[in-house]
Design a protein around this ligand. Structure first.
Ligand code: THG
Length: 804
């Protein structure tokens, strides 16, 4: 097998890893082209300082880093000296405990160190400045150019061609497919083109009309002269690589000198078009002239942390270009518009081999089985997120925040507001505390509900969980179960699927039987070919050939578009419509007077089109919060009228405070009491329905559908399960779960259940431990919190609320 003809653009760490991984899988008709020399091409890989710190809040990124370390060790391109992150502030000391939790959750061994232990690991540290540290034994220093060379050599030995000094000028297409890569030294025909061009990625992608949301930013890396305490050191590195995140700094040794990387200076973005060519550039294209003024604070801080540098000098430095995205994650996958044009972009050395492997699996097998790529897919973005201004602003902001302590609920500050639902004005009047979701301003709670707190038992959570929190969250949750509340569901992605082929299409793409009567609503899943969950959706049949799909994000739209035959139309109707969830035992008292439709006759999981007052609406009777009521949709122009109509009905029929607005905080608490999973948090591409407790949504006997065959095998081999835990402490998600001293899983979603009066945490556990009554412990900062596996759902298992 030689596979299709593949042209990889860029012979840096990513292109080299991909060439190696593809050829290892038998795809050998592969050509790697680069405008520069090989293996030091002049791109970011050629100047990268090579520090590999594996820990990341993202499980996928951590796993890709771990794979990179393993591979580089095998390639003799890694100094495994360990990594040390130090704290010089009390806040950072706490943050290191959280990072220790992530590492444990994702299977990386780490050790929390005292100040003395930190200094013992890294003797240059000032004992009086350091408060403690986190030590990662498997971290270390990558030799990026050597790794490129080694991977390209292996690829070459299997038949891969590597063409240095070939500048890509254009990419030709035919009938919406790539056809050839045009270089200054001739055309190279290609079935598949993979853009691994790093900082030049936006320029290459534009050759096929693709906007790549990536910003090259300059980053300072300086080198000292001899540091007295390192004098005579004959090995390149002997101490762990070092991070001083409180001052945006990192360090590596180079014999008797130190390399110092700095993120604390002003962001210095540059357009991919303005990067110099290999021959124009003084050092190399990815290296700009060092600007000493920007480094002044870094040097002061370095001399404080590492006293031995006080008698040393900064002798040289660079402003090195590398790639930033809007969310710190790479860009992987195939163009939406041009078949056969793939990207693997915005990847640092740390994750490069993992990305190479993931891409090779994706290309060869049609899906990636080693890593969950939902966070990395290049098609994840909403339209506003690829606007050049947004890409640059977020790229710069992410540069500034790279080492900051970021709370999981912390919204971006700029650019905001971007997307506002039609209810926004009223929400502001009610004192909404807005957070952000896919660009939407979304209320977390409403200050107007403060009077509801009086007389309720709402225990305050601990410090970390108390951020972006108010007791009003608890009051809104309880009030929803007592009366009726309006929840803004506009941010919920909505797709219209229509046309003669719509039924057959949805039967094939979902796990549910959607060929039911008009008015039916079906909860089901989208699976990949390996049986992994791509999304969970609701499919409402609004006409014989017309469906409304409640989805999770842009990847659902992309998945539908890729599989859509010519007689099916898929349209994202989210921006042009809005949705309010009207939920609670008094929901019918509120809404029935507004319509001639008999709401009692509209059963659970049925939908209808009707009018509420003057407003044409689609009503779907279902509820993510587990209460009687409907999701009510209308067009954006009538959204404000819909809200006002419902609000006024509250005053008319239920009295003051008869209807309230509820925020996302209450929503999450209610959803977890009801046991409803959230895609992307509770389950991802790596999980199958049986592990996730969603087997009920799979109709194996309805006929064939994507993922069915793989599922039949996976059904019999469930080794892990998503379990519901009850605890006394509200945690936040991603914490490790221990059985005795052994880490066995990790938390996904967590919240306080204000109806049941207990803290809830969902967690992945080995199947044998996922049995009700089993005691485990959650690692929360420096404590172990006892948790007991509970029967699901915690609230209303008999469904009396929803079916009432
Ligand atoms: N509303 C709509 N679409 C959605 C969501 C939503 N799509 C994405 C996401 N949220 C899907 N998640 C769920 C989760 C649970 C339920 C609905 C959407 C749900 N489940 C019931 C249960 O499990 O008991 C019913 C299952 C059934 O009858 O098959 O209601 O919030 N529109």
């Amino acid at each position: 097998m030689t596979g299709p003809s593949v042209v990889i653009i860029g012979a840096g760490v990513v292109g080299a890893a991909l060439a190696d991984e593809l050829s290892a899988r038998g795809w050998t008709d592969v050509t790697v082209v680069d405008q520069g020399d090989v293996p030091a091409t002049g791109g970011s890989s050629s100047h990268a300082p090579g520090l590999v710190f594996q820990i990341n809040g993202s499980k996928t990124m951590t796993e890709m880093a771990r794979y990179t370390v393993e591979k580089f060790v095998e390639l003799d391109s890694f100094h495994q000296v360990g990594g040390l992150e130090v704290a010089t502030t009390p806040e950072r000391l706490v943050e290191l405990r959280r990072r220790h939790g992530w590492a444990t959750s994702w299977g990386i061994e780490t050790h929390l160190l005292s100040a003395e232990e930190s200094v013992a690991r890294h003797s240059l540290l000032d004992p009086g400045t350091v408060l403690g540290g986190l030590y990662i034994p498997t971290d270390g220093l990558a030799k990026a150019v050597k790794a490129v060379d080694a991977q390209l050599a292996r690829a070459r030995s299997r038949g891969v061609r590597v063409l240095a000094r070939h500048e890509v000028l254009d990419i030709t297409t035919e009938g919406g497919r790539v056809k050839a890569v045009v270089t200054d030294r001739g055309d190279i025909p290609a079935d598949l083109v993979v853009c691994c061009a790093g900082i030049w990625g936006p320029k290459v992608a534009r050759m096929v009309g693709m906007d790549l949301p990536l910003t090259p930013l300059a980053h300072q890396l300086a080198w000292t002269g001899q540091v007295p305490d390192l004098a005579g050191q004959t090995v390149e590195v002997s101490r762990p690589i070092l991070r001083h995140q409180d001052a945006d700094l990192y360090y590596r040794e180079r014999f008797d000198t130190l390399g110092i990387g700095y993120y604390g200076h002003r962001p210095m973005p540059i357009s991919a078009d303005d990067i110099l060519s290999v021959d124009e550039a003084e050092v190399m294209p990815s290296v700009l002239t060092f600007t000493p003024d920007d480094f002044a604070d870094a040097w002061t801080e370095t001399r404080r942390l590492l006293p031995s540098t006080r008698s040393a000098k900064v002798e040289e430095g660079i402003n090195g270009l590398f790639s930033f995205t809007t969310d710190h994650l790479p860009l992987m996958g195939e163009s939406r518009d041009v078949e056969g044009f793939w990207v693997a972009e915005a990847v640092w050395v740390t994750h490069s081999a993992g990305v190479g492997r993931a891409m090779a699996e994706w290309l060869v097998d049609g899906h990636c089985s080693s890593f969950d790529l939902h966070e990395c897919d290049v098609n994840r973005f909403e339209p506003h997120q690829i606007a050049p201004d947004y890409v640059r602003a977020r790229g710069c902001q992410n540069y500034v925040e790279v080492y900051d302590i970021i709370h999981p609920l912390q919204p971006m500050e700029e650019p905001r507001p971007l997307r506002t639902s039609p209810f926004h004005t009223r929400q502001r009047e009610l004192g909404a505390m807005f957070l952000e979701a896919s660009g939407w301003e979304r209320p977390q709670w409403y200050e107007a509900n403060a009077p509801l707190v009086a007389g309720r038992d709402i225990p305050p959570p601990g410090d970390w969980a108390a951020r972006y929190w108010s007791p009003i969250v608890g009051a809104e949750a309880q009030a929803t179960r007592e009366g009726v509340a309006l929840y803004d569901m506009t941010a919920l992605k909505r797709l219209e699927v229509s046309g003669p082929g719509a039924v057959a299409f949805l039967q094939r793409l979902t796990t549910g039987d959607v060929d039911k009567s008009v008015g039916s609503v079906t909860y089901c899943l989208l699976l990949d070919v390996d049986g992994g969950i791509r999304s969970d959706v609701t499919v409402a049949r609004l006409g014989p050939q017309e469906f409304q799909v409640g989805a999770n994000g842009n990847l659902d739209l992309d998945w539908f578009d890729r599989h859509r035959p010519a007689d099916v139309f898929v349209r994202d109707i989210t921006p042009g419509t809005c949705c309010v969830g009207v939920w609670g035992p008094k929901a019918r008292d509120l809404v029935q007077p507004l319509t001639r439709a008999d709401l009692k006759a509209l059963r659970y999981f049925r939908g209808t089109r009707t009018h509420l007052g003057n407003v044409p609406v689609t009503m779907l009777r279902l509820s993510y919060v587990g209460e009687l009521g409907w999701e009510i949709y209308t067009t954006a122009d009538l959204g404000l009228k819909l809200w006002d109509t419902l609000w006024q009905a509250g005053q008319d029929h239920l009295g003051p405070q008869g209807v309230i607005a509820g925020g996302r905080g209450a929503f999450t608490s209610l959803r977890l009491e009801k046991g409803y999973r959230s895609f992307g948090t509770d389950m991802t591409f790596e999980h199958d329905p049986y592990e996730a407790g969603l087997g009920f949504a799979v109709k194996l006997d309805k006929g064939d559908f994507i993922g069915r065959e793989a599922l039949l095998a996976r059904k019999e081999s469930v080794t892990r399960k998503l379990a519901c835990l009850l605890t006394d402490e509200v945690v936040m998600g991603k914490e490790p779960v221990y059985d005795g001293d052994r880490p066995v899983g990790y938390v996904t979603s967590a919240a306080y259940g204000h109806t049941i009066g207990r803290a809830i945490a969902y967690a992945w556990l080995p199947a044998p431990l996922a049995t009700p009554g089993q005691t485990v412990h959650i690692g929360y900062f420096d404590r172990r919190v006892e948790a007991v596996v509970a029967e699901e759902p915690l609230f209303d298992p008999a469904m009396t609320r929803l079916r009432g």
